[in-house]
Design a protein around this ligand. Structure first.
Ligand code: SF4
Length: 374
């Protein structure tokens, strides 16, 4: 599959050799992969790694997203989701509404809870919410609050982030999503999210969570003002933290969606292209040699591109989701929900073996799902 002569002609046979020998790629290797004129050869390397790790398995989860508020003290320029206090279009769910949404989704394995940094919702509100949800859905893992929200709660309550994590864990938070990482470079952050927690602080809070036994995900929001060097630096920082903690379960690549964004962009900027998304995803798989899973997040990629991305190094398809506001307010044209049957059928149609998982990526059962043509 990985013909040395072909890679020699492209000038990247040394990278092919490293990949096949399971050696770590350097940032310079990553840069050369971004410059390689043949996308399919980069994809083949990422697919090789995915096959070594996961074979043709595609994991998915019965999950439900709950976005509890879009009112936010920050003003990230790229974010189409947030509103100021009192601004038209703002919403904040009360406890009953959060519980209604979470429990109306039927038999779910994972509850994904994230929202804006509301300046008036104290930590006790979220502790009560988590306790209530945990009681009503004892078999559902609660994946809640990014490092950005954790830092916001700490500031609001004048307590440490460790104390926030301790209290939320005690109330039922089982793991954390990976949003808010954006691009770690300070100059990029100054342009796209100047009020938000710094990249170093995002990494510190993730490290703190890992040290407490809380597994987390990680993300990269790309395709705005950053360069290829910024992307590679971001991936390298995630990889280095993972070397220390082994606490990240999954990496999620988030393409910046331009609709409704206040970010100042060059005239005619149309957003990141599908080939760039697929190349960046493949390079992420290759660079992040110590993070087990790479998600193809259909909400942000769209279902068709997300299925294609399974051939570019991704091994997880997220899940049923049910209702999502963050990506859709930024112009995501994907569905709001997928059915378990639909996910299984699509994965099989693409030649993969769907495997239902829990929030921590453990298989739910060992029975084959659907019929794959392969
Ligand atoms: S990205 Fe998050 S922190 Fe930034 S404005 Fe939007 S909701 Fe607030």
């Amino acid at each position: 599959m990985l013909n040395p002569r072909f890679y020699e002609a492209l000038g990247i046979d040394d990278i092919r050799e490293k990949v096949q020998a399971s050696e770590r790629l350097t940032i310079e290797d990553g840069r050369r992969l971004f410059e390689c004129p043949d996308l399919s050869s980069v994809a083949a390397l990422a697919h090789y790694v995915r096959m070594q790790r996961h074979g043709m398995r595609v994991t998915w989860v019965r999950n439900r997203h709950v976005n509890y508020t879009n009112v936010c003290a920050n003003d990230c320029r790229f974010c189409a989701f947030h509103r100021r206090v009192g601004e038209e279009g703002g919403f904040t769910l009360n406890l009953d509404e959060i519980v209604d949404k979470a429990t109306s989704a039927g038999d779910i394995t994972e509850l994904h809870i994230v929202g804006g940094c509301h300046p008036e919702l104290g930590l006790d509100f979220f502790e009560t919410a988590l306790r209530t949800l945990h009681k009503k859905l004892p078999n559902t893992s609660i994946k809640a609050f990014t490092p950005v929200e954790i830092e916001h709660f700490a500031k609001l309550e004048s307590i440490s982030t460790r104390e926030v994590l301790e209290r939320l864990s005690a109330a039922g938070q089982e793991m954390m999503p990976g949003g808010g990482a954006e691009i770690f470079d300070p100059d990029v952050r100054a342009r796209i999210c100047p009020e938000k927690v710094s990249g170093d602080e995002w990494l510190r809070i993730s490290k703190e969570a890992h040290s407490m036994g809380i597994r987390t995900n990680c993300t990269m929001l790309f395709g705005h003002v950053e360069s290829v060097e910024h992307r590679l630096d971001h991936l390298d920082k995630l990889r280095r933290l993972q070397d220390e903690t082994n606490g990240f379960i999954c990496f999620i690549l988030l393409p910046f969606l331009i609709k409704n964004s206040a970010l100042e962009l060059p005239e005619g900027f149309a957003g990141v292209s599908a080939p760039d998304i697929l190349r960046t995803l493949a390079i992420s798989r290759l660079m992040l040699d110590n993070i087990p899973h790479i998600k193809s997040y259909w909400v942000m990629l769209g279902v068709k591109l997300a299925l294609t991305a399974l051939h570019y190094g991704a091994d997880d398809f997220d899940g049923t989701v049910v209702e999502e506001k963050i990506g859709h307010m930024a112009g995501a044209s994907s569905e709001q929900a997928l059915t378990p049957e639909g996910i299984v059928a699509m994965a099989c149609d693409c030649g993969f073996t769907p495997v239902e998982r829990d929030a921590l990526f453990r298989p739910k059962n060992t029975e084959p799902q659907g019929e794959s043509p392969c």
